[in-house]
Ligand binder design. Sequence first.
Ligand code: ZN
Length: 183
Amino acid sequence: MTMNKLPAIAQIGEPILRNQAKPVDKILDHTIIELIDRLINTAIANQGVGIAAPQISQPYRLFIIASHPNDRYPHAPTMAPTAMINPQILSHGDEVVKDWEGCLSVPNVRGLVPRYRSIEVEYTTQQGETKQEILTDFVARIFQHELDHLDGILFIDRVTDPADFLFCKQPTYVRDSENSTCF
Ligand code: ZN
């Protein structure tokens, strides 16, 4: 897959972003392996910290988390892009924190979104292994944002106060000093 053939990112208004995604049955199937590749390349090309399969119009329960430090989250851990297949939240802590999110599928908008600070998750890896992990802070936020994409939910749905929206002149995926975090 060459970089100039990257898939288009579905934009708000496209029905794929509002649909329930399907569980992945055959983890090691070549179509899923290729899909993971395309998602990782797309996340890297857009400097996204995460991307879900429906965002490139593929209706599967699969996303990539690619946390890296950025202007808004300077202490974010650096992770190799990690595929999480059939992900779910097993349990969560009580603490809910609001922080800024943007989305490759929702250009020019940011919002303060409440998320659980700590979650216990389960997912299947690219190699077909089931993993359970505790995620906190920024990585937990990315996980919750991407999991929402698999259920047809966008971060704007979770903004609780209209005053918590910020509109930007340029798409949120354009990197500058203010807007460098896209999910
Ligand atoms: Zn998103």
